[in-house]
Design a protein around this ligand. Structure first.
Ligand code: G3H
Ligand code: ZN
Length: 288
């Protein structure tokens, strides 16, 4: 099995992408790992600050360790969208394999300063850790929304991306390229593929691009984005929707049932269906 950097490097040589899926409880994590193991896929699992708080940071790390031992596939744990130096530090200290130090809401210079500080702290504690930064404005939240309007000024500029990676020392960059977090029902997401190519050229071959907000994107958007230089795709909302829709259905169909694992089992299967479909689109099957 390759290490985390070797997998990332490989994505740029044969054009595929690692899948990154969020979880906040055991069922989603099991669905992600079982899907990845079945398809022989190296996988990223991630917790945002809220997701991590729900499960407990120690519990997150311990659960992932247990799944690694059980399934014997590469499972990388990412601290997703960590928005303060304090929470970044907690994730590094807890043993996460990667962190997204997300200071994209701050002015450019402030974003550089705090991202650089996160890189320095993370690498001093664990030289193998991967640090991702975010530049540009990826709008939306991981839920169903009606309309999200993307403005031209939200998008990442290749020349700023080049300066950002040079000054911060990050390993991965999350750009804003027309992507949004969540699913929109009354507008359409459209990815600026040539901007991805330009950003990839600007950041160079050793900095890997991460596409956030994968829910609601079309198969052709994914394929074009990956061909243009995306190495990892994040999915959250579609798994949340699969979980809750199936749970509502189960509760309607089995109103007398009170055993939690029986109520939750169909939701695990529903999430697995979504995850397996995405992993096939990303071209990551049999990449162990
Ligand atoms: O960081 C999380 C992802 O970017 C998820 O986005 O909810 O649109 O799938 P999504
Ligand atoms: Zn994201």
């Amino acid at each position: 099995m390759k290490n985390i950097r070797e997998y990332l490097k490989d994505t740029t040589i044969t054009q595929w992408a690692l899948g990154h899926f969020n979880f906040s409880e055991n069922e989603a994590l099991r669905a992600i790992i079982e899907s990845a193991a079945g398809l022989k896929v190296p996988i990223f699992v991630g917790t945002s600050e809220g997701e991590r708080k729900h499960l407990g940071i120690k519990e997150v790390v311990a659960l992932v360790k247990a799944f690694r031992e059980e399934f014997e596939i590469p499972i990388f744990l990412n601290a997703d969208h960590h928005k303060s130096f304090e929470t970044v530090k907690e994730a590094v200290d807890a043993g996460y394999d990667a962190i997204l130090a997300d200071f994209s809401a701050l002015p450019f210079e402030e974003n550089i300063k705090l991202t650089k500080q996160s890189v320095e702290y993370a690498k001093s504690k664990n030289p193998d850790i991967l640090v991702e930064g975010e530049l540009g404005y990826v709008r939306g939240e991981s839920k169903i929304q009606e309309v999200i309007e993307i403005k031209q000024e939200d998008l990442t500029k290749p020349e700023e991306a080049s300066q950002f990676v040079r000054e911060t020392g990050i390993d991965m960059l999350a750009p804003a390229v027309g992507n949004i977090h969540g699913i929109v029902t009354k507008s359409k997401e459209s990815i600026d593929v040539s901007r991805i190519s330009d950003i990839k050229k600007a950041v160079g071959e050793n900095v890997f691009l991460v596409l956030h907000g994968g829910s609601g994107m079309s198969e052709s958007d994914f394929k074009n984005a990956i061909d243009a230089g995306i190495s990892m795709v994040h999915i959250n909302t579609e798994i949340r929707v699969a979980f809750t829709e199936e749970l509502r259905k189960t509760l309607r169909e089995m109103p007398e049932e009170t055993t939690p694992y029986k109520i939750l089992a169909p939701s695990v299967e529903a999430m697995k269906k979504v995850i397996e479909e995405k992993l096939k689109i990303f071209g990551s099957v049999n990449k162990l």
